[in-house]
Design a protein around this ligand. Structure first.
Ligand SMILES: Nc1ncnc2c1ncn2[C@@H]1O[C@H](COP(=O)(O)OP(=O)(O)OP(=O)(O)O)[C@@H](O)[C@H]1O
Ligand SMILES: [Mg+2]
Length: 253
């Protein structure tokens, strides 16, 4: 089953006097349960595409279906509910609230929805055990490592049982050990909860955890790579693809 369908999407920033076409007709699909990476040089349109797919921003033209719903037609009023029910977000900067415990941070999307406390707590236990931060629930964000904060942020994204998680450079602020812990968690979530995960990343190691990697260049799809089950092989193919795309190495750091 198709979870996300993107068809001929364009995005133009600015107005007629000064405008920039960040996406020039992007068509791609994501199946339910896939873990897909999006890569490409800086400025190629990755964040633009992710923001449009995740309803943070609107496309200039084109169609996007998520779980069978055309999000380009959803009214702003209904968008909040759709987002809450269907989508989870994970950002590079974690975006946890400093003055709340990890427990309260994770519960927040459900407490805002008036979900019963015992339901919240059952879900909380399941997710924080899966993500390895059960022991950290009473702490505040400043008491956690970067990797623990990001795993807490992933729990917060998952607490509403979304069908799709959109992550923009989720390991961008982490050292390599914390990054691999976060990526292992994504892999577990993807396998055990069947959550579809769409992740923008600059990091070939991060991309190697994915089932498939899509490459953007100058606002267009430039290529794709499929995993054959071996991370090391995909890692090498990703590096080759990045080299072929002609970006200088600093663009991918
Ligand atoms: N709000 C905006 N107004 C005008 N131009 C924008 C805006 N946001 C992005 N752009 C431009 O659109 C292009 C694509 O930007 P985008 O942020 O999608 O790139 P990216 O692939 O995520 O890059 P990076 O790897 O650096 O995060 C860039 O040239 C950028 O300058
Ligand atoms: Mg970006």
């Amino acid at each position: 089953m198709r979870m996300v369908e993107v068809s001929e999407v364009t995005k133009q920033y600015g107005d007629t006097t000064s405008s920039y076409r960040a996406l020039k007709g992007v068509t791609l699909d994501f199946d339910a349960g896939e873990f897909v990476g999006i890569m490409g040089p800086s400025g190629s349109g990755k964040t633009t595409l992710l923001n449009i797919m995740s309803t943070i921003d609107r496309a200039t033209s084109g169609k996007i279906n998520i779980d069978g719903i055309d999000i380009t037609l959803i009214k702003d009023k209904e968008l909040a509910k759709f987002r809450r029910d269907t989508i989870g977000f994970v950002f590079q900067a974690f975006n946890l609230l400093d003055n709340m415990t990890i427990r309260d941070n994770i519960a927040l999307p459900l407490t805002l929805n008036n979900v019963k406390l015992n339901v919240i707590m059952a879900k909380m236990t399941e997710l924080t055990q899966l993500l390895g931060i059960y022991e950290q629930l009473d702490k505040y964000p400043y008491e956690l490592s970067g990797g623990q904060k990001q795993r807490a942020a992933i729990c917060r994204a998952l607490i509403t049982s979304p069908k799709v998680i959109f992550a923009d450079e989720p390991t961008g602020a982490l050292d390599s050990k914390s990054s691999s812990e976060v990526l292992e968690c994504f892999k577990n979530v993807n396998r055990k909860l069947s959550t579809t995960i769409i992740m923008v990343t600059h990091d070939a190691v991060a991309a190697s955890y994915c089932d498939r990697v899509m490459f953007l260049k100058d606002g267009r799809i430039h290529g794709r790579l499929e995993s054959e089950g071996n991370k090391q092989d995909l890692f090498k193919k990703v590096l080759d693809m990045l080299a072929v795309m002609g970006g200088t190495s600093h663009e991918f750091v």
